[in-house]
Design a protein around this ligand. Structure first.
Ligand SMILES: *Cc1c(COP(=O)(O)O)cnc(C)c1O
Length: 372
């Protein structure tokens, strides 16, 4: 234990100390405005995040899962359609596909980046395939050039699940502005986090923008006139106001994540596999994950020393009970399955001190030097 304090995966308390005053000012402004859903702060945030990502349009929605769900709806994907994605992601990525009545088709991941392996996509494309959902996992961009080529060749749409990767660049563009639609989550622990649930959609296509704008608000064209069956999936004014403050600090916080990641890699790479960053791709380190065979032992040692660690994700999606109907089995995606037994996320957050990090590094290296 360091100074009698546990080190959690994410600690937002110091960040709050820094931002408390501007956030309280913003929240007070919303309180006094009397407008709590679909108001000025939401519009301001939509412009600001779209500009940040480099997309023509942006729309606030209720959460990242709804962003994916609405993206699929906006592309008219539904029953009978197939959508290709990775089995190594948070459940919501494939859940959204099932929610619109379409079928998730999984493709294994690259060994080094944990993102979908483009060389394995074409073999699963059928006449029912409509789209690919790429996931920029842990903050690292997927191999977009190859995926864009495949999509163009087979006339498929690309949805970017950028829930873990706001600000990540790929060949000079930010993720979320590369495919047809970008989906973001502003869940509190994400790299840009609200104080509750929040999500966002980006697109360069005006038709998609107009359709999502309608779908998130009950398919309504104007009050009490509905041309589509939609959802109630709006981003409230309080969360929008808080996110406007936090967006201002985002680049500083992402820089800090990168510095922490660099220090981990420099100091841990003798004993464990540290995350490689592929050429042309950026990483914003929503998670810093190592690979280790004796994972449970290390987790216990960390726990005993007051250090949190976590597994993202222990059960690949093709082996989840909820997807039993898809009839995948153990062995279908060997890279994913192997990584799922070895991956371990270490604490990382912008306000983590070097003292905290050194304590984590020493604990890991001391253990592995004697038990590696
Ligand atoms: C967090 C996350 C989501 C879901 O976002 P919510 O805001 O929690 O609904 C989807 N995909 C990925 C990769 C995520 O990390």
């Amino acid at each position: 234990m360091l100074n009698n304090k546990k080190i959690p995966m994410v600690d937002l308390t110091e960040e709050l100390q820094l931002l408390r005053t501007p956030i309280l000012e913003m929240v007070t402004e919303v309180l006094d405005s009397g407008q709590y859903v679909l108001g000025k702060k939401g519009i301001e945030l939509e412009r600001a995040v779209a500009d940040y990502v480099g997309a023509a349009h942006g729309l606030g929605v209720a959460n990242g899962t709804d962003a994916l769900h609405l993206a699929l709806r906006a592309l008219d994907i539904g029953p009978g359609d197939e959508v290709i994605t990775t089995p190594f992601t948070f459940f919501a990525t494939a859940e959204a596909i099932a929610l619109v009545g379409a079928k998730p088709i999984f493709v294994d991941i690259e060994e080094e980046t944990y993102t979908i392996d483009p060389s394995k996509i074409e073999e699963v494309i059928t006449e029912n395939t409509k789209a690919i959902i790429v996931v920029h996992l842990y903050g690292q961009a997927a191999n977009m050039n190859e995926i864009l080529e495949i999509a163009a060749k087979h006339d498929l749409k690309i949805i970017e699940d950028a829930c873990q990767a706001i600000g990540t660049e790929y060949n000079g563009k930010r993720v979320g502005a590369i495919g047809n639609i970008g989906c973001f989550s502003f869940f509190p622990s994400k790299n840009l986090g609200a104080f509750g649930d929040a999500g966002f959609i980006t697109t360069n296509q005006t038709d998609i923008y107009k359709k999502v704008e309608k779908l998130r608000n009950h398919g309504s064209d104007r009050k009490y006139e509905h041309s589509l069956i939609g959802l109630n999936s709006r981003l409230d004014e309080f969360q929008a106001a808080i996110l406007l403050v936090k967006l201002y600090y985002l680049d500083i916080f992402l820089h800090s994540r990168n510095e922490i990641a660099k220090r981990y890699t420099e100091n841990l790479n003798e004993h464990v596999k540290t995350p490689p960053i592929s050429e042309n791709r950026e990483h914003t380190f929503h998670q810093y994950c190592i690979e280790i065979t004796k994972r449970n032992e290390l987790m216990e040692v960390l726990e005993k020393n007051g250090i949190a660690s976590s597994i993202y994700y222990p059960i690949p999606l093709h082996l989840q009970k909820a997807f039993n109907n898809l009839a995948y089995k153990q062995g279908d995606f060997p890279v994913t399955e192997r990584i799922a037994t070895r991956i371990l996320a270490l604490p990382i957050y912008p306000m983590m001190s070097f003292q905290q990090q050194d304590y984590i590094i020493t604990t890991i290296n001391d253990y592995l030097a004697s038990n590696g």
